[in-house]
Write a protein that binds this ligand. Structure first.
Ligand SMILES: Cc1ncc(COP(=O)(O)O)c(C=O)c1O
Length: 375
């Protein structure tokens, strides 16, 4: 059951019920505009909606020039299309007749793309599309493994063989290569990220070379995330960027370093979990109402916003423990703190609502449209 929103537009920040997922609207709008302004001619943005799972935010990104959005799951794609997003790429493999029928059905209402790395999956997509009206097509990307060791066929001839099969399949439109390097995103130094993307570019070129000799054009080379997108831009090879976290910036991304060895500061922290102190029984120790069920800790514990001497030191299901350095005071019972999540995507999936705040007043409340959409 979806819970009622923790606040209403016009409420003061201190009146928001907690734990609540907060967007600092000024920082968020700054991030969206900054990314849109960074794109050179010929490079498109298709932000990843797995970060925010929100039709509202997708439409805002598209209003600033994004060609559409990505997501990872068929049910996410459905929620976004239902919310009015007309161009969605599932940057992932979709396996199983039920899911493929659902995905194929979306081509009636939106431009849909999907990734493949397996010949039998191409046949299965063609079978699902055969049940749709004859005018509908689905864009298919061959995903290559550019060093991430997750999904993706080997670059070169194995990828080219799949591309030829897509080209030959009815109702399937070969759209290009999916060449996302996930593990590059959180490599801490700028050098490491640059080298990883140089290797990814070489893998792309190995594949496009074979395809162009066959007369097959790769319209789109897609990939990139918040950690590496500047490298993909400067490659001159990637022409569609999939960064997602840039909209919110989490604590883990803030640990990446720029060319001069300083923490990357391109984007601002815009996503917070607002939590309340529910217990403080001894000096230097306080307990929040936000633990594992309110904030994801897979990429490290949250940091406490604008409170250098206070750390979030441990989470259990419904509790988060704060500790103060060197006898600094901890907030008392009833006080609230803003946590910067270690990882924005799984944190968002724990909440039904975004509370958008400006100048300490709630301005908007948006549903997390695709919360729990894991099918
Ligand atoms: C396929 C794909 N593209 C792009 C991204 C976006 O990365 P980020 O949120 O780190 O910007 C992800 C994130 O996991 C992804 O899986």
């Amino acid at each position: 059951m979806v819970q009622p929103p923790p606040a209403r537009p016009g409420d003061a920040v201190e009146d928001i019920d907690t734990p609540a997922l907060i967007i600092d609207l000024d920082a968020f709008e700054h991030n969206l505009s900054l990314m849109a302004s960074r794109l050179p001619d010929g490079v498109r943005l298709r932000p990843h909606a797995k970060t925010h799972k929100s039709a509202e935010i997708s439409l805002r990104q598209m209003a600033l020039g994004a060609v559409g959005v990505c997501c990872q799951k068929t049910s996410e794609a459905q929620a976004l299309v239902d919310g009015g997003v007309d161009n969605v790429m599932v940057s992932n493999q979709v396996v199983g007749a039920k899911k493929l029928a659902r995905l194929a059905g979306l081509t009636e209402r939106a431009t849909i793309s999907v990734c493949v790395d397996d010949a039998s999956n191409i046949d299965a997509i063609a079978d699902a599309m055969a049940n749709e009206s004859p005018n509908n097509q689905i864009n298919v990307f061959v995903e290559i493994d550019v060093g991430n060791s997750r999904c993706g066929v080997a670059p070169g001839e194995p990828a080219a063989a799949l591309a030829r099969k897509v080209v030959a399949a009815p109702r399937l439109n070969f759209a290009g290569l999916q060449a996302y390097h996930g593990s590059a995103q959180h490599m801490r130094t700028a050098n490491e990220r640059r080298h990883a993307i140089e290797a990814a570019v070489a893998a792309v070129e190995k594949t496009t070379g074979i395809l162009s000799a066959d007369g097959i054009n790769c319209d789109t080379i897609a990939g990139a995330g918040t950690g590496s997108f500047e490298n993909e831009i400067s490659s001159g090879v990637y022409n569609e960027l999939q960064a997602g976290s840039y909209a919110f910036m989490d604590a883990d991304y803030a640990r990446n370093l720029d060319e001069s060895g300083e923490p990357v500061s391109t984007f601002k922290h815009a996503l917070f979990v607002m939590a309340t102190v529910i217990s403080s029984t001894r000096p230097g120790h306080a307990v929040l109402d936000a633990g594992h069920k309110s904030v994801a800790v897979d990429s490290g514990l949250p940091t406490v916003w604008q409170a250098e001497s206070i750390s979030y030191t441990g989470a259990s299901d419904e509790h988060g423990v704060l500790a103060a350095d060197n006898d600094a005071p901890t907030p008392g019972v009833g006080a609230t703190v803003m946590l910067v999540p270690g990882h924005c995507d799984p944190t968002v999936n724990l909440h039904d609502w975004y509370v958008g705040v400006r100048n300490d007043v709630v301005e908007v409340v948006w549903p997390v449209t695709a919360r729990g959409a894991v099918f």
